[in-house]
Design a protein around this ligand. Structure first.
Ligand code: PHE
Length: 341
């Protein structure tokens, strides 16, 4: 038995010398000094030996177990160091490898459209004024001369919130009130871009969210001819100097008189095509002279001040420019669509 223990020790030490990985080390340790290991088995069988042999075998078994224990611990350190060195070596950065391609981000077609529109208006002296997306009913409607329960409200299907009187703006026109209250009695020349929300049936032509770009000019002696000239100038810069524009009578509660502006169809040059529904004209904005009630609500005396306002649809404009057939692509987040721009 003593011989067997000594051989076991010698063999284990030799085997240990060769181990370089944690897994083999663990296996060997289990096999020799683990719960079911050889030394443990020997210790358990001591009771079967002749009584006079027991102390010597027991003592040697304990000694060897201890020695091996520290031999294993020592080896464990070595193995750890070895594995660390190996992983460092493997993890070394090869600077000669070709890099991973970085996907290039793009601007959303609406953003591109908006930036071009800003540029034109900036040239014409209009600065950007940011107004809130979450509005109150008063500013979105009542102060714009659309009292509660007035049938004109049907023009804007509204998203209401659980907070009484808090809604998502249905157009950028409430920004007129905010800008006026900010500037009164100074003259104003601003554009108000931003997302609008309408509780509407989604179709190829209309979405529940879309941008509008409002314009507002307030001052003394601002007349309808200023509005016409300003819009015509914008249309020429946007669609080309040769483009014809026409004005049609219309109605908005917050402008009087009101008009809608059409530009000669940019796709067929006014010949008539599917996009302009064979009329040769495309509607580009609603506009008019700011209603006296609205001027007053904004803090301007309508006897002294006047102004004009207009509202464009940047997505519709982008659809024309890029030949996009369906407005739902804008917020569908389909990369195949977005990557084209
Ligand atoms: N706010 C109007 C709409 O959403 C557009 C508009 C803006 C009309 C400014 C006149 C003046 O339909």
């Amino acid at each position: 038995m003593l011989e067997k223990l000594k051989t076991l020790k010698a063999e284990t030490l030799i085997e240990l010398e060769e181990i370089t990985d944690a897994e083999s080390l663990r296996q060997l340790k289990n096999a020799v000094i683990g719960k079911k290991g050889e030394i443990t088995t020997i210790k358990r069988s001591i009771g079967q030996l002749a009584p006079e042999d027991r102390p010597a075998v027991g003592q040697l078994a304990n000694e060897i177990a201890q020695e091996l224990e520290s031999a294993f611990a020592e080896r464990e350190e070595l193995v750890k160091a070895h594995e660390m060195a190996q992983s460092l070596e493997e993890g070394e950065i090869d600077v000669t490898l070709p890099g991973r391609p970085v996907a290039r981000g793009r601007l959303h077609p609406t953003t591109r459209m908006l930036r071009d529109i800003y540029d034109i208006w900036a040239d014409m002296g209009f600065q950007v004024y940011r107004s809130r997306d979450v509005e109150d009913d008063d500013t979105n409607f009542t102060l714009l001369n659309i009292p509660p329960h007035h049938p004109a409200r049907d023009m804007w299907d509204t998203f209401y919130t659980t907070d009484e009187g808090v809604i998502l703006r249905t157009h950028t026109s409430p920004g007129q009130i905010r800008a006026m209250r900010d500037y009164a009695p100074e003259p104003i020349r601003v554009i108000l871009p931003g997302m609008c929300y309408r509780y509407e049936q989604i179709s190829a032509r209309s979405e529940v969210q879309f941008n509008q770009l409002e314009g507002l000019a307030i001052g003394k002696n601002i007349r309808m001819t200023d509005l016409k000239g300003t819009i015509a100038e914008f249309a020429r810069r946007m669609y080309g100097a040769e483009r014809k524009v026409r004005y049609r009578c219309s109605h908005f509660p917050f402008t009087e008189p009101s008009m809608e502006v059409d530009v000669e169809c940019v796709l067929c040059d006014g010949e008539g095509c599917g996009v302009c529904k064979y009329t040769g004209w495309l509607e580009i904005c609603g506009s008019g002279m700011v209603h006296p009630v609205v001027l007053k609500n904004g803090g301007y005396d309508p006897a002294v001040y006047s102004g004009f306002a207009f509202g464009f649809g940047p997505e519709r404009m982008a659809m024309l420019r890029y030949g996009i057939q369906d407005i739902r692509y804008f917020w569908g987040n389909d990369l195949r669509f977005l990557e084209q721009f």
